[in-house]
Design a protein around this ligand. Structure first.
Ligand code: AMP
Length: 225
């Protein structure tokens, strides 16, 4: 059976990780965060991690070919057999072209690109106060969604940390890179009829309900075609 594939699109801090996890739980598609995979490569000091480290700290983008090879090999793992959600990929037109070839090669069902829209100042506020779990990747916010213990993850009990690239200078640099290199993908995917816009403001349950109805509608459309 063809695998279902979703892309979660938007700047860091737009909620891609949060909603990817909820979608994974409800629909069974594997959540793949390219940023999390890269951070674990950096932590273990692999050749890819060594190349990515400084670029990531400065808020730039890791070279397309390294990312494309990494995604290509990751989506072949057995845990992606029911489908997968890519969070943070593609981020350039080059990556989008490579992703299209990959979907065609594997005969996957590309469902949609979910574009999470949040204004820049809200992103800065969210990321500057973000705490992330070293183990399960769960995110918290010091004011809006505080963990019970500022050191520990409510979900798995492991250590929380504030990312080096979640400091204001790096956040603004990432936003600038996003607008310049990643935002052109909005018109690319609009042209393909794949883009679904989601205004990510308000209650998490409401936003997730809107996301689910979009996914259900896309899945229904595929079943009929
Ligand atoms: P994220 O966790 O999605 O905010 O990603 C953290 C950092 O990883 C980014 O600021 C980039 O340096 C790098 N990164 C993540 N995804 C990609 C990608 N698709 N292409 C290039 N670099 C990426």
């Amino acid at each position: 059976m063809p695998r279902s594939v979703l892309l979660l699109f938007g700047p860091s801090g737009s909620g891609k990780g949060t909603y990817s996890k909820l979608i994974e739980k409800k629909y069974g598609m594997k959540h793949l965060s390219v940023g999390d995979i890269l951070r674990s490569e950096v932590k273990t000091g692999t050749p890819l991690g060594l190349q990515a480290k400084t670029i990531m700290e400065k808020g730039g983008l890791v070279a397309d070919q390294l990312i494309i090879d990494m995604v290509r090999s990751r989506v072949q793992q057995p845990d992606c057999s029911a489908g997968y959600i890519l969070d943070g990929f593609p981020r350039t037109l080059g990556q989008a072209g490579a992703f299209q070839s990959l979907v065609e090669e594997y005969g996957d069902h590309f469902l949609a690109v979910l574009h999470l829209k949040v204004v820049d100042e809200m992103i800065v506020k969210r990321l500057a106060g973000r705490l992330q779990c070293t183990n399960c990747g769960m995110s918290f916010h010091v004011e809006e969604n505080p963990p019970k213990d500022v050191q520990k993850c409510d979900r798995c009990g492991e250590q929380l940390f504030h990312r080096d690239d979640d400091k204001e200078g790096a956040i603004r640099r990432r936003l600038e890179v996003y607008h310049r290199q990643t935002e052109p993908l909005v018109s690319y995917y609009t042209g393909q009829g794949m883009l679904e816009e989601i205004c990510n403001v308000g209650d998490i349950d409401d936003v997730f309900a809107r996301i689910c109805s979009l996914i259900d509608r896309r899945q229904e459309g595929l079943r009929r075609s």
